[in-house]
Design a protein around this ligand. Structure first.
Ligand code: NAD
Length: 485
């Protein structure tokens, strides 16, 4: 059995049970991890708290070098970690390879920000005074991570958190804990004990205690809206700093001027990457009515040629879904839509040729509208619902008609439409002609119910700092605005 990592040591903690880890492509149990209990998560907090003083006082240059070394050691184990990611999560080789690349580069990126960023000087109100703003770490940060990008979403939290001088307690998803444990084992041994701690187990037992714990001053969570809402409710009485990256229902608008082949290919990528299990997956598509029929035919043709299979196979385009219950949710969304009048042009069923694994053939659906769950709620699977629009006013109205606001894509060469789109659409990221491409320096996160705060960029570092304004009157003389008036 694998072990948890607390205070620089691997152990089974107080776990009495184990959680099996399943390969979603084969349904085989590939390993197991301890089912941690509250005592383990409290021990992790105590370790992180006692390491905080050493870590925050370490000169920024040394912390930067330590984070660069994390990146280097991950690179040294790149291929092994890619394979482990594929086995527990299912993404095909190019996608898992890219996830690891992002992890490595994220540690390097934040190592450099940490090296120079400590705050800033502001103009004083009087020449005898000196005013500045200090950026200080929060202390112990609880990092709670989902299964769909187990290492990337972890790195987007812990790299800036550690760079800013915080220590961390981590809970990976119970579905994908192996790559996190291995990454910490191969890449983090040089960090002082307690700076990084990993507790395996279920959220309510091992992560929820952090949300209400007075020594955990910040929670950085990526996951579902429902769990995010629960965390926000529990944290509110403590005024705890929250960083919440939640769900999405991202739209794509296809304007009439597009090259159809490019738009079809871009849409398939943005809707089906990681088998549609990306928070920013395109989940609703608005195609101009003048090209709708031709576009949908080409899309069906393209999607029908994609190859399903084990992510370890170089010929695989789409891997499995993570578990059967997530596949069932997608099937339910499709079934509800069909019962309300939608038409499935292709896919939506399980491939007969793949006997094991949680596979689902990618689907293209038409005759959908906003009364259907498939156009309103997060589906999180390989489904592309297409709806026609008459003019750009209608397209923008449809795009904004959703509780989420994570990302939004537009395919066009028309600059006037681009300007309207990025000004009028309520979403944290706007992609024009290149969906789902992130940028280390570009803040990532959601508007509306997609969450609070941003990852990546300077903003993704500042989330992990609390600011302190220092007002220093150097002369220390009487002031004419003091008593008596
Ligand atoms: P989830 O909310 O079920 O679980 C996320 C993490 O929270 C897991 O580690 C889980 O064990 C833990 N957890 C569960 N209950 C908890 C509780 N009561 N207290 C504390 N922690 C708890 O989400 P998931 O199924 O792992 O991931 C899919 C979801 O994540 C989707 O909704 C997706 O949109 C979202 N997501 C968002 C982003 C983003 O950046 N906005 C990125 C990736 C995924």
């Amino acid at each position: 059995m694998n072990k948890m990592y607390i205070n620089g040591e691997f152990s089974s903690g107080h776990a009495k049970e184990a959680i099996p880890v399943i390969d979603p492509a084969t349904e085989e149990v590939i390993s197991e991890v301890p089912q941690g209990i509250e005592k383990d998560s409290l021990n992790a907090v105590a370790a992180a708290k006692s390491a905080f003083d050493i870590w925050q006082k370490m000169p920024a240059n040394e912390r930067a070098e330590a984070l660069h070394l994390v990146a280097t050691k991950i690179r040294d184990h790149h291929d092994e970690l890619v394979k482990l990611l594929i086995r527990e999560e299912g993404k095909p080789i190019p996608e898992s390879d890219e996830e690891l690349w992002w992890v490595e580069e994220t540690f390097d990126y934040y190592a450099e920000i940490a090296r120079h960023d400590r705050g800033y000087v502001i103009p004083p109100g009087d020449p005898d005074q000196f005013n500045f703003v200090l950026k200080e770490p929060w202390g112990v940060v609880g990092c709670i991570v989902p299964w769909n990008f187990p290492l990337l979403l972890l790195a987007w939290k812990i790299a800036p958190a550690l760079a800013a001088g915080n220590t961390v307690v981590i809970k990976p998803s119970e579905l994908t804990p192996l790559s996190t444990l291995r990454m910490v084992e191969v890449a983090c041994a040089h960090l002082p004990p307690g700076v990084i701690n990993v507790v395996t187990g279920y959220g309510p037992e091992v992560a929820e205690p952090w949300v209400t714990h007075p020594d955990v001053r910040m929670i950085a969570f990526t996951g579902s809206l429902a769990v995010g809402q629960r965390i926000a409710g529990l944290a509110a009485p403590m005024m705890k700093k929250l960083h919440l990256e939640l769900g999405g229902k991202d739209p794509m608008v296809i304007a009439p001027d597009v090259d159809l082949d490019i738009a079809v290919s871009g849409l398939a990528y943005s809707a089906l990457l990681n088998t549609g299990q990306v928070c920013t997956s395109t989940e609703r598509v608005y195609v101009h009515e003048s090209i709708f029929t031709h576009f949908s035919e080409k899309l069906v043709d393209f999607v029908g040629k994609l190859r399903l299979g084990n992510g370890l196979d170089e010929n695989t385009d789409l891997g499995p879904m993570i578990r059967d219950r997530f596949r069932k949710k997608v099937e339910d969304h499709v079934k509800d839509a069909v019962e309300a009048g939608a038409k499935v042009l292709i896919g939506g069923d399980c491939p007969a040729e793949l006997e094991r694994g949680f596979f689902l053939k990618p689907a293209v659906i038409v005759d959908v509208d906003h009364s259907m769950r498939i156009m309103r709620d997060e589906t999180f699977g390989p489904v592309i619902p297409l709806m026609a629009y008459r003019d750009f006013d209608e397209a923008i109205q449809l795009v904004n008609d959703n509780k989420y606001g994570l990302g939004a894509c537009l395919m066009t060469q028309d600059a006037k439409l681009v300007k309207r789109y990025f000004e009028e659409v309520h979403a944290g990221t706007i992609w024009i002609n290149d969906p789902l491409t992130d940028n280390f320096a570009g803040p990532f996160g959601g508007m509306k119910m997609s969450g609070l705060g941003r990852e990546l960029g300077q903003e993704g570092y500042d989330e992990f700092c609390q600011v302190k304004h220092v007002h220093w009157d150097i002369e220390g003389k009487f002031k004419d605005y003091w008593y008596p008036y």
